[in-house]
Every structure is written in C-alpha cells, then in structure tokens.
Ligand binder design. Structure first.
Ligand code: 5MM
Length: 341
C-alpha cells in the first residue's frame, strides 16, 4: 500500500524529533573530512555515516528522517546490511537529495540557480524503489547588497524550480522538502535577512500554488532570520525567534505541517538555542524542528577523527546534539543541559 504523503510529512516532524541532513555531496564531505584529517574514501564515508545511523536511542528518540546522498542510499554497512534498512529499523524515514547543485545564473553575476530537473521523474522512481519516501532540493540565495544580489530573476528561477521539483516528488509518492536557503555569509543586517527571506518565501508559495503542490504533503526547510556573519553583529535567540516567526506568519500557509530548519553555519549551541526560543514562543500553527547538517555532525566528526576506537565517543557526541535539538523542538531546552554532553 502506498503511504499517504500527509502521513509521511507528519512523521518527519513528529514531537521531539527532527531530520539528520547527511546528504553532503562528494565535494562537501571531503571538506568536512579534510578538517578532521580523514581521507574521503567511499569506505570512510560509509563507516562515518553508519556510526550515526547505528546510534541507538539517539536515532530512535530524536531522528525522524535522514537525508542521504546518491552514494549512501545504495551503500551497505560493513556487515552487509543496506544503510537504508538500518535507518528504517531505527524508526526513521530515509530521504534523498535530488538536486544537482547551485550553478551560476547566466546574466546575473553573483546569483545562482539550482539545477537537476532533467530526468528527475525517472530518478525519483528509482529512489522510491530504493526506499526513499522524502526528497530534498536546496536553492541558494546569497545576499550582497552592493552587487544587487539576489536579483528578482534569481529568486523567481529558484522558486520555479523548487515548485517543479515538488510536483514531481508528489507524483512519485515522495514528500518534497523545499529548501530556499538565504545564506548567512554576507555582511547584511537582520532586517535585510528578514526582507530577502520574506520575498523568497512569498515567491516560493506562489509558485507552489501555481504548480498545484499539496502543501499538507510538503515540508519547508528555511534559514532562520539572523544577521550575516560578516556584519559583526549577533542577535539574541529571542530576537531571532521574533523575526523568524514574524516572517513565517506573513508567508507560510498553515496547511504546511512542518518547518525543519537548516543550521547554515551557526554554532551548535546557537542553532539549538534559536530553535528552542521559537518553540518556547508558541503555540504555532506548524511544527518547528531541525534538519541540521553541520549543527548535528560537527561534534561527532571531531570525536570520530576516522578512528574505530572513537566510534562510541562519536555516537555519544551525536546523541547529545540530537537530544538537545529534540528538546529545542519542544521548547524544553536550557543552556545548563549542555553540560550533560
Ligand atoms: C548536509 O549538507 C547539505 C548538502 O550540501 P551540498 O549539496 O552543498 O554538499 C545541505 O543542503 C544541508 O542539507 C543544508 O544546508 C542544511 O545543512 P546545515 O549544515 O546548513 O544545517
């Protein structure tokens, strides 16, 4: 029997759970491994990801779904069990990144458009057979006010692609995670991040409506509203919560069951504190949780450092971040709990 998209989407944002973004493409995982002085071989990538998927209670209690890369969805664990089966046995939904990355947008220096629509229908059919029940597509919106980035053209092109991707996913019985990431790399202030996020989300939902996408079977993966890294300013979790919730109330239909944030380069604790502040300010019409890559994995990567002897320590580090974020997804986190890690 085919599962209903709405039920899969609800399972992805179940109480106290969130999504592990383990879909780093080959270039990105190499960067992460370089930082811990580990060679990025197929076996090392497998061993590292396997240790997280086998992290027992952390997976079972706090991870609702795992976003995989094409290589990982086909990989078997060291004992021959498909990694997808390990994820399912932990009660999490396997998902797959299907975009082909952000490429320079012709005619608009500094802007990018995410590619990957060609042949997507066929790829989704294969991923469904391999066990994927949700997918992810990330659009990248940079901010550079001096260079007029982002252009309206870039926002339109990216949102149109996200809507075409989402419609194809739903046709295949797969829940689309739509990820329009407004980058936090720039020198912009929090108000500029708010404005760009607002314009992007308005355009995104207009395109999703036009493409007849079922919003109840869709998960939004946005950035939080925060000042750019190079601005030299920091916002408190309360400020981030206020501005982020304001932009959602103005743009995100209540038909969307859940919002699962990216961490975007925030520190582990910042990403947790900000998510917690938003949930503490509830009640909200959507579930608010995490779909973190770096903010879940930086600690286990450091603890692992490519050594078999460190697997338990790495699993503990992963379990701690998963639990902290699971609490933040319910507004139950506090800084003193961090010491337990
Ligand atoms: C895990 O990183 C994902 C894939 O990135 P590349 O395609 O660039 O290799 C990325 O899309 C990720 O899922 C989101 O950005 C969230 O991760 P962060 O680290 O921002 O929480």
């Amino acid at each position: 029997m085919t599962e209903r998209l709405e039920d899969i989407a609800l399972a992805m944002v179940a109480d106290g759970k969130g999504i592990l973004a383990a879909d780093e493409s080959s270039g990105t995982i190499k960067k992460r491994f370089d930082a811990i002085k580990v060679e990025s071989t197929e076996e090392n990538r497998r061993d590292y990801r396997e240790l997280m998927f086998r992290a027992g209670d952390a997976m079972k209690n706090h991870i609702s779904g795992v976003i995989l890369y094409d290589e990982t969805i086909r990989q078997k664990a060291a004992d021959g069990t498909p990694l997808v089966d390990i994820i399912k046995a932990a009660g999490a939904v396997p998902g797959i990144k299907v975009d082909a990355g952000a490429k320079p947008l012709a005619g608009f220096p500094g802007d990018t458009v995410t590619e990957g629509l060609d042949g997507l229908r066929e790829r989704l059919a294969e991923y469904y057979k391999l066990g994927a029940r949700f997918a992810k597509w990330r659009a990248v919106i940079d901010i550079n006010e001096e260079e007029n980035v982002p252009s309206a053209t870039a926002i339109d092109a990216n949102c149109h692609a996200l809507a075409r991707y989402a419609a194809l996913c739903q046709e295949a019985g797969i829940v689309p995670i739509v990820e329009p990431e407004v980058l936090m790399d720039g020198a912009h202030d929090i108000d500029t991040c708010y404005e760009v996020t607002k314009v992007t989300l308005l355009q995104l939902f207009s395109e999703l409506y036009a493409a007849d996408v079922n919003l109840a079977g869709t998960i939004l993966k946005p950035n939080m509203v925060i000042p750019g890294k190079k601005s030299g300013t920091k916002a408190s979790p309360e400020q981030v919560a206020e501005m982020t919730l304001k932009v959602f109330r103005e743009t995100v239909p209540v038909a969307v069951p859940g919002i699962a944030f990216l961490s975007g380069g925030q520190s582990d604790e910042e990403a947790t504190a900000n998510l917690n502040a938003m949930n503490a300010a509830g009640p909200l019409p959507w579930k608010l949780t995490f779909s973190y890559g770096r903010a879940l994995q930086a600690a286990p990567q450091k603890a692992w450092a490519g050594k078999k002897d460190n697997v338990t320590a790495a699993q503990k580090a992963f379990a701690h971040r998963a639990r902290m974020n699971g609490l933040a997804a319910q507004g139950k986190w506090s800084p003193d709990l961090e010491k337990q890690g």
